[in-house]
Design a protein around this ligand. Structure first.
Ligand SMILES: Nc1ncnc2c1ncn2[C@@H]1O[C@H](COP(=O)(O)OP(=O)(O)OP(=O)(O)O)[C@@H](O)[C@H]1O
Length: 254
């Protein structure tokens, strides 16, 4: 059984005067532990599909299953990582990173142990009693990843989480996030406009076209690129040709 199953999903937005066909007959299966990227021109329905998978939006047609269940009707915890970190400025890093777990009523002792371990892993243990404004953008993103992982999410949805970071921090975050997710065997979907990021992080890249939004092409990332870190992947000899292939395809869709 696939971990995420998107079965003939179509979605339209209606207004009194118009109808926007955001997604048309999307079919997709994602396996446990897989890292998949959604890539495509602006308005091709990537965010709409992410909201449907998260159970926040009911598709006009078709259905989605996450671990065999309708995401709107189950308590699958979905972890989000977004462009903004949404840390509360008046709470310390310890309080911020424990928050999701306490809202889900997870046992506080186990949460404390996991928060400490993950903050250590993210190089943030010295900042446990600091407030978000005392941290850099990359550090705040790492703290928000800890807050997400502490809830032990079934599935992680990453919606352009690195786009506000400077280039060097972004590359470091890609390495850290991917190695952390792989070590916890997490399944993740990344929405991005950045071809290099999609190649560096994913097992598979789903390229969408727009009007209506549908899957245009699926790229398996070459094995030799999947086996190494995102930073190393960008410097591998297979990288330029694969980048070029996707670039050409995307250029025709814009
Ligand atoms: N709430 C809404 N009401 C009406 N139309 C919407 C709504 N949300 C999205 N759309 C339309 O649906 C289409 C798909 O939008 P969506 O945001 O899913 O695309 P996207 O690929 O995530 O875009 P971007 O890369 O710019 O974030 C677009 O044409 C958009 O204008």
């Amino acid at each position: 059984m696939s971990f995420v199953k998107v079965d003939h999903v179509s979605h339209s937005y209606f207004s009194p005067k118009s109808r926007v066909e955001a997604l048309k007959d999307v079919q997709l299966e994602i396996n446990q532990g897989e890292f998949v990227s959604f890539l495509g021109p602006s308005g091709c329905g990537k965010s709409t599909l992410l909201s449907i998978i998260a159970g926040l939006l009911k598709p006009t047609f078709g259905e989605v299953r996450v671990k065999g269940k309708n995401p709107m009707k189950t308590k699958n915890t979905i972890g989000y990582m977004l462009q903004q970190d949404y840390l509360f400025p008046w709470k310390t890093i310890r309080e911020n990173t424990s928050l999701g777990a306490s809202l889900l009523h997870l046992p506080s002792q186990e949460t404390d142990i996991m928060v400490l371990a993950l903050l250590e892993e993210m190089g943030l243990s010295k900042f446990i009693d600091a407030y978000p404004h005392e941290l850099s953008g990359g550090m705040r993103q790492r703290a928000s990843l800890v807050r997400t992982l502490v809830t032990n999410p079934t599935l992680l949805l990453l919606d352009e989480p690195f786009s506000a970071l400077d280039f060097q921090t972004k590359l470091k975050m890609e390495d850290l996030v991917l190695s952390t997710l792989k070590s916890y065997d997490k399944t993740a979907i990344l929405v991005t406009h950045d071809i290099s990021e999609a190649i560096a992080m994913s097992d598979r890249i789903i390229l969408f076209s727009k009007h209506p939004g549908k899957i245009h092409r699926v790229f398996e990332v070459p094995k030799e690129l999947v086996a190494i870190s995102p930073f190393e992947a960008r410097n591998h000899s297979s990288y330029p040709a694969f980048f070029h292939l996707i670039w050409k395809e995307l250029e025709n869709l814009e």
